[in-house]
Design a protein around this ligand. Structure first.
Ligand code: DOR
Ligand code: ZN
Length: 400
């Protein structure tokens, strides 16, 4: 039994000071009592959030482990208050066969945060998609990016929508509209989730159609906290797919957060080495698991977002959309995945402090107010004030 004392938590939009009792990795009691426990953790009146579910990371294993692997990526995630990640399929080999899925399952066991695996749609793997078990979703690439998974044939795309309960789509610009049209035509009861919506237009295409009830939208922190003006300063280090957009688009994404048309925030943690970014034909993507929550807490301190909105976008909605069992909420019976955050802590993002293998961040030097201080995964303290403990986590299960 572990007792986490003095937790400031939000229940039904109100703030309470409570103690959280944890047994066998689950929350068993949230109350004012000080139950007997073998171990006591003092949250010191800090806010305690459900551990974040980052529904979009690239941990690069297998095949690209010079950039990241499941241990370094997951340690970085834990440092960022994230307790569950969903890993994308554009590894080498890509996660587009049952064999590759089982292989990744074995590899991911080294993760210190809970994990789910996203299966990839290739041009010819419908049979494999239908066979894949316990996957978070199927990822469909309609535009070019890292990996070689672009699918162009709209009939085949409709078949993917019909075969997969949830398809996560990488589509840019007009392709968001094309995806919604193909989905609509397929007449399926399944759902689609747009990854990294980056512009006003994309958000509009995604969320204003007659199938909108079956469509959800994610935004990435880089599109919320940067815009195309940052490209001059950062060059390749701010180049990702989709690209940074105008200030107006950035504003539209924040409005989407306020009006509920944005459903999730996912880091799209896409690490590449500094040497790779310095080459002429640099790869696209920026790291993000360590900075997503600090950026959002800083935005909270600047009155741009509420803690409730952060909880909905980064904990509750990912759990609901991906139907992840027993996560996303601080509730009795749920997994003890928690992020203790110090809203007053001021600290600069420093490349030297980062745990990601790529060791750089587009936010280097930026002073942020509000940082995760302790991260608890399945009842185990995995991150505490700078230090990470290597306790293995597990694969998530889905309610479908
Ligand atoms: O910039 C990106 N990098 N966008 C993606 O969609 C993929 C990612 C990567 O894997 O590097
Ligand atoms: Zn991605």
């Amino acid at each position: 039994m572990i007792l986490i004392k003095n937790c400031r938590i939000i229940v039904n939009e109100k703030v309470f000071l409570k103690n959280i009792l944890v047994k066998n990795g689950k929350i068993v009691k949230i109350s004012n009592k000080e139950a007997f426990a073998d171990k006591i953790i003092d949250a010191k009146n800090n806010f305690v959030l459900p551990g974040l579910i980052d529904c979009h990371v690239h941990f690069r294993e297998p095949g690209l482990t010079h950039k990241e692997d499941f241990l370094t990526g997951s340690m970085a995630a834990a440092k960022g208050g994230i307790t569950t990640i969903l890993d994308m399929p554009n590894t080498t080999p890509p996660t587009t066969t049952i064999g590759a899925l089982e292989e990744k399952r074995k590899i991911a066991a080294k993760s210190v945060v809970n994990y789910g695996l996203v299966f990839g749609a290739a041009n010819d793997n419908l049979a494999e998609i239908k066979k894949a078990k316990n996957i978070a979703a199927v990822k469909l690439y309609m535009d070019y990016t890292t990996g070689d998974l672009k699918v162009d044939d709209f009939e085949y795309i409709a078949d993917v929508f019909k075969a997969s309960k949830l398809t996560v789509i990488h589509a840019e610009g007009e392709n968001v509209k094309n995806a919604v049209e193909a989905f609509s035509k397929s007449k399926t009861k399944n759902r689609i989730h747009f990854a990294h919506i980056s512009s006003e237009k994309e958000l509009d295409y995604a969320k204003n159609s007659k199938v909108r009830k079956q469509v959800t939208a994610e935004v990435a922190p880089h599109h919320l906290f940067m815009n195309e003006n940052d490209l001059q300063r950062l060059g390749a280090f701010a180049e990702m797919k989709p690209r940074l957009k105008t200030e107006n688009d950035q504003k539209a994404l924040w409005e989407g957060i306020k009006n509920g048309s944005v459903d999730t925030i996912g880091s799209d943690h896409a690490p590449h080495l500094i040497e790779e970014k310095e080459q002429g034909n640099y790869p696209f993507g920026v790291p993000g698991v360590e900075t997503m929550l600090p950026l959002l807490l800083d935005a909270f301190n600047n009155n741009k977002i509420t803690l409730r909105e952060i909880m909905k976008l980064c904990c509750e909605n990912p759990a609901k959309i991906f139907k992840i069992k027993n996560k996303g909420f601080l509730k009795e019976g749920f997994d003890a995945d928690l992020a203790i955050v110090d809203l007053d802590k001021r600290q600069a993002v420093r490349n030297d402090d980062l745990l990601t293998k790529c060791k750089w961040s587009p936010y280097e030097g930026k002073i942020l107010k509000g940082w995760p201080v302790t991260t608890i995964v399945n009842g185990n303290v995995v991150y505490d004030n700078g230090g990470v403990v290597d306790v293995k986590a597990r694969e998530v299960q889905y309610a479908r």
